[in-house]
Write a protein that binds this ligand. Structure first.
Ligand code: PMP
Length: 398
């Protein structure tokens, strides 16, 4: 009989020649447990999904409650489904007034697609501006604006008319014109290895968008729901987008994304054509019930308040000459090493010693640290000890 490991390689479509291959049996809080009983501390939260830890009791209770009522009922937007309505009401009550209408999707990349379609309808324009090293998803619209040619080349032709600009460069701003439908950007570039906007950059983009009638789309799929030390990252920069993209942690561990805009803008999806965006499972009631419970945990447990303290614990304990730079916002952190080979050796060694981490798609020389926001001081101490041990081992420097 084939082992699950063999079946995985045989029947699960492989997209990499080096999958992590951890065989996880159970997850709870900040810990993963594999089938041999080995315990791992999860420092990446399934790539910024498990912001409140795995299987938080409040999320499980909300899922169970919804399971006893109904699962899928009808395609998007037809029936009044309480979990969707209640979650949209909660989300919008924590957003600026212009972000009052939520379209729930299945995933982050679908939120990007929906936002691009909406921007075309609202502005009547077709050109998009995005930034080098940005990541907005892997479907063809999202690939068209991805900030790295390597991932796109094989799939051309993609959507034409997009410009890729340098993040944090003044001349980028001048490229926004009255032909630009939307500027789409991560306020903090995650897969670039946690690159923060320079002082005034987001504000200047906002102003230029206002001057040219261009929509500003913030992709907070990775930075949203508390990850960066505020519920939404844009709050820290005082710049409000016209469309906000959320996913990942939005569903509390269940699949869920959203694009959020003003009701006036969203109205464009109701005509010419009617059903301007359509999805069968978007806003699944179980996902929405889970997402609302997860957001309530972030709010009620004041999780964002503890973030800078936790980040400082990581900063203080992760000191070594091999760490070239420590970039961070909240609990989204990147440790930069001399190169990809060094980083991958440290990551492997960490995983071997029970600390799950990885690198960034566009910054393979940087190690990702994005633990659940609930991680304790003691757990941070243990994790940092293992990381430093791994760095010493790989560098040969104490
Ligand atoms: N935007 C950003 C910033 C992301 O980090 C991701 C996922 N890594 C996506 C979009 C795409 O989300 P999904 O994988 O749910 O399609």
């Amino acid at each position: 009989m084939l082992s699950e490991r063999q079946l995985f390689l045989r029947h699960i479509a492989q997209t990499s020649d080096a999958p992590m291959m951890l065989e996880i049996e159970k997850a709870a809080g900040v810990f993963l447990y594999d089938t041999s009983g080995k315990k791992y501390i999860d420092l990446i939260s399934g790539i910024s999904v498990s912001n409140i830890g795995h299987r938080h009791p409040a999320v499980i209770a909300a899922i169970e409650k919804q399971l006893s009522k109904y699962l899928h009922l009808m395609v998007y937007g037809e029936y009044i489904q309480s979990p969707q309505v209640q979650f949209a009401a909660l989300l919008t009550s924590h957003l600026p007034a212009n972000l009052d209408s939520v379209y729930f999707t299945n995933s982050g990349t679908e939120a990007t697609e929906g936002a691009m379609k909406l921007a075309k309808r609202v502005t009547g324009r077709t050109e998009f501006i995005s930034f080098l090293h940005s990541y907005h998803g892997h479907t063809q619209g999202a690939l068209s604006i991805m900030g790295n040619e390597y991932w796109r080349r094989a799939f051309r032709p993609l959507i034409p008319g997009n410009q890729l600009l340098h993040f944090n460069r003044q001349e980028s701003i001048d490229s926004i014109t009255d032909a630009t439908a939307a500027v789409i950007m991560e306020p903090v570039q995650a897969e670039a290895g946690v690159v923060l906007p320079a002082a005034g950059f987001l504000q200047q983009i906002r102003k230029r968008c206002n001057d040219t009638g261009t929509l500003l789309i913030f992709d907070e799929i990775q930075t949203g729901m508390g990850r960066t030390g505020s519920l939404f990252c844009f709050e820290q920069y005082g710049v409000v987008p016209d469309i906000l993209l959320l996913a990942k942690a939005l569903g509390g561990g269940m699949p869920l994304g959203a694009f959020i805009a003003s009701a006036a803008h969203m109205h464009q999806l109701t005509h010419h054509p009617v059903l301007g965006h359509l999805t069968t499972f978007g806003g699944h009631p179980v996902s929405c019930a889970a997402g609302k419970a997860a957001m309530e945990v972030v709010l009620n447990e004041g999780l964002v308040n503890g973030i800078s303290y936790r980040q400082n614990l990581f900063r203080q304990q992760l000191q070594h000459v091999s760490i070239k730079e420590f970039r961070s916002i909240g609990l989204l952190m990147a440790l930069e090493f001399e190169d990809e080979v060094f980083c991958k050796k440290v990551v492997s060694s960490c995983i071997h010693s029970g600390v799950v981490t990885d690198w960034f798609l566009f910054a393979p020389q940087c190690m990702r640290l994005a633990p659940p926001l609930t991680i304790s001081e003691e757990e941070i101490g243990q994790a940092c000890e293992s990381i430093i041990r791994a760095i010493r081992e790989v560098s040969g420097i104490n």
